[in-house]
Design a protein around this ligand. Structure first.
Ligand SMILES: Cc1cc2nc3c(=O)[nH]c(=O)nc-3n(C[C@H](O)[C@H](O)[C@H](O)COP(=O)(O)OP(=O)(O)OC[C@H]3O[C@@H](n4cnc5c(N)ncnc54)[C@H](O)[C@@H]3O)c2cc1C
Length: 348
């Protein structure tokens, strides 16, 4: 495995672990409770001046990516994986003899008959995903909330809606909170492309967030950010011997909190396909069909969240009918639906 970061670091991510992710991590032998994960039994939706709460219909937790990625790498090493950290792949190409050849930043070459493409949000030249027309920008910031706000947030994941995007705040280990938000570039441009201006605007549009952040201490110098997230993308095909997984296979809208579970499941399914000698193009096509229905539903729901009328009525509806939130949460879970994507061969 070639990983460009020398050590795990903060990633832009809401750090919500859905029920499927918890199952996969458990199967890998990773004890997230021992790592300090916070159980998240509730979801709250806040828009304009309203907020509504519903219990989540599945177990969930939160854990910083730095802690999770550290544990995953340690587990891989313990399982015998050779990891080259701090080295990046510059080019991944196929040779005339059908081998996959990765050229690293120091010019050295790694060659293998099979490769797994797992570069997440970052595209490799020659394997790029299409451009994201809405030009989403995402930010993450850690805060130490004022004690009263930390106890009100308690063990909930709060989703906040505002024009141009949505954001979420939830507790993570160490008694701190993660605020992660997405916005379309054109809304950011209107505010001079400054995250501070947009954060202020978010709080004006969503007083619930202003309340949460009152007296909060920011824990990073500035938020970390990523741009151009191709939400809704599902890879159509691939070349022989190249299995694409995680965000390189599919990018589900962030509000579902399902990206990590898709990464874990697609990795597991790709390994099963590889061990069963299923050609990568067949695997990728099958994965696409399995992911498509839930992905489209998640996209439809994401469009709804960005709709002014929906923002006005959603929290009110949820007060009368919290079941809507439970149903949406259940229907946008992708991983459970494609758990059977591995071919029929026995994998031990
Ligand atoms: C705003 C936002 C909020 C989100 N919130 C959640 C959430 O709450 N819950 C959830 O489940 N999902 C969430 N997601 C989605 C989730 O972060 C991703 O789906 C998940 O991280 C994908 O995993 P991955 O392994 O494909 O990629 P990543 O986790 O991005 O890992 C890719 C790795 O590849 C390495 N790499 C990249 N390029 C190279 C290269 N050229 N050479 C070597 N190494 C390279 C990187 O350093 C990185 O470590 C969110 C996403 C966004 C944008």
């Amino acid at each position: 495995m070639i990983e460009r970061e020398p050590t795990p670091r903060h990633k832009v991510c809401g750090e919500f672990l859905s029920g499927e992710a918890l199952e996969d991590l458990d199967a890998l032998g990773i004890d997230i409770a021992a790592l300090g994960a916070v159980p998240i039994p509730y979801v709250r939706l806040a828009a304009a001046r309203r907020a509504a709460e519903a219990p989540l219909p599945f177990p969930a937790a939160s854990l910083t990516r730095k802690t999770l990625d550290t544990a995953l790498i340690a587990e891989a090493i313990a399982a015998g994986v050779r990891i080259e950290c701090g080295r990046s792949v510059q080019v991944l190409s196929r040779t005339a003899t059908g081998m996959w050849q990765a050229m690293l930043d120091d010019g050295s070459i790694c060659e293998a008959p099979t490769a797994f493409l797992a570069t997440g949000k970052h595209d490799l030249r020659g394997h790029s995903r299409p451009k994201d027309p809405q030009r989403w920008v995402a930010f993450k910031m850690y805060y130490r909330l004022a004690p009263a706000q930390a106890s009100e947030l308690a063990r909930a994941s709060e989703l906040m809606l505002y024009p141009g995007g949505y954001g979420g705040i939830q507790p993570v280990e160490g008694g701190i909170a993660n605020l992660c938000w997405v916005v379309q570039q054109r809304y950011l441009s209107c505010l001079g492309n400054r995250w501070e201006n947009f954060l202020e605007k978010m709080q004006q549009n969503c007083p619930h967030l202003a309340m949460r952040l009152a007296g909060a201490e920011p824990l990073l110098d500035k938020p970390i950010a990523v741009t151009h997230i191709p939400y809704g993308y599902i890879r159509r095909t691939t070349q022989d011997g190249l299995y694409c997984i995680g965000d390189q296979a599919a990018v589900i809208p962030s509000f579902t909190g399902d990206g990590i579970s898709i990464a874990l499941h697609t990795a597991r399914c790709a390994v099963a396909a590889f061990l069963a000698n299923e050609p990568a193009p067949l695997f990728q096509a099958r994965l696409r069909s399995a992911l498509l229905p839930q992905m489209r539903l998640a996209e439809f729901a994401a469009d709804g969240l960005n709709n002014a009328l929906a923002r006005a009525v959603l929290p009110f509806c949820l007060r009368i009918w919290p079941g809507v939130m439970r149903v949406t949460a259940r229907l946008t879970r992708v991983a459970a639906q494609h758990a059977d994507v591995a071919p029929n061969a026995v994998v031990s």
